[in-house]
Design a protein around this ligand. Sequence first.
Ligand code: GAP
Length: 515
Amino acid sequence: MASQDEVFKKLVAHCKEYGFVFPSSEIYDGLAAVYDYGQMGVELKNNIKKYWWDSMTLLHENVVGIDAAIFMHPTTWKASGHVDAFNDPLIDNKDSKKRYRADVLIEDYLAKYDEKIGKECDKAAKRFGENFDKEMYLKTNPRVLEYAKKRDDVHARFVKALEDNNLEELRQIIVDCEIVCPISGTKNWTEVRQFNLMFSTDMGSTADGATKIYLRPETAQGIFVNYLNVQKTGRMKIPFGICQIGKAFRNEIVARQFIFRMREFEQMEMQFFVRPGDEMKWFDYWKQFRLKWHKALGLGDEKYRFHDHDKLAHYANAATDIEFQMPFGFKEVEGIHSRTDFDLTSHEKYCGKNIKYFDPELNESYTPYVIETSIGVDRMFLSVLCSAYEEEQLEGGESRVVLHLPAVLAPVKVCIMPLVKKDGLPEKAREIMNDLKFDFRCAYDEKDSIGKRYRRQDAVGTPFCITVDHDTLNDGCVTIRHRDSMEQERVKIEELRGILSHAIDAKQLLKKLMD
Ligand code: GAP
């Protein structure tokens, strides 16, 4: 069986071969950690964005959207803390000349102890069978206890070093834990240094005195600086939310794992403005709602978990990640943060204007507290693809590569195929397509054998194929073939719209979120 690593490599190659994701400016050998979405990728991405946007704005009458500019007044980033505190602690290996995030090296080291404990449990579960009491085992087994103690000791040091911003101690942990460079295998490390992640550029010509501006590292600030505009013009009452989808830019030094960590990426963020004191109630609400949103897609409930932050960002008083089980481990896909009144208070200070909310029910003005949900479109895209990709062994020794994409997200919903390229079958197939194409994204394919055409659609995750044959001209029926089961059934042409609508119904998905 192929390892997770090999499967991931194949998935990356598949994304390129079938028009999902290309390296940026590939004819010039690409640009590190920057990617372009192809004809299939953009459809999948748009479907993810629509699912998110509708779940926020249709299901919550107190959530509205905006589309703010990428360039913002440079003081925005001073006020938000990004100029001073948006840093990664970096360390270099002197032998391989590779650069790493010191915190990620330590987190990976800690995760290895969890893996070891997991393996001990699996072995014991096999040995003891039905009588296995996992909780008791975790509390009493000497080897597990030893692993847990080592992990907890390092973890405590790690958290303290992050809290104190103690770079020397971070390095010392790496040295003490004997963490080696994955490339050179040596422990020959440099000091740990802070590195600001914002890209900057100049606005205006130098002669006029150009202003240094930043490419936004998060979309959230576009919402904060507009919150009063939206509140007043939309007559919004607290609690209310503003959401936005847009590009963000970070000069990631350790850019790894394909589109997981990019330098230009897209975020779907929402800021939810609440009364001070109500923030934990809403933090819990959005945590649960966002997890439901993920699970409703049916990628597998066991692939998600919450991970509370060890080190809170400079603006937060509570934060958790929703992690997804990627082939390279559980990784953050979304962050849910209680950002307090940090951003608004700071903007008020820097701009010198009153941006408080007047609460008519309390008859008083205050600075709202904010709960943020922030998900990366690209990471979501990757999680969907990772769970969808399968190299399936079929009966008779054959195999196929299939993307089991949730039907609502699939780039193409249905492919219409005449059995042969003659006898009026292409015309009939076109007629069916012309009728369906206003409701569903359709493809048309008349080249090669039907088997090959099915495989092409499986590879891009098309949930349905419709074949028009000679009988169709007489009985008005077609064969509909289901991607996952590969089952085929004969149905009347008039029934097609109903069958497809039922299977690809975004409404049903949204309704699940209201249960
Ligand atoms: N406004 C809060 C914020 O930006 P974050 O945890 O830094 O919080 C939120 O980012 C989400 O954006 C992450 O959970 C991830 O999905 C996505 N993201 C962050 N950096 C990314 C990168 N370099 N490449 C791709 N996605 C990224």
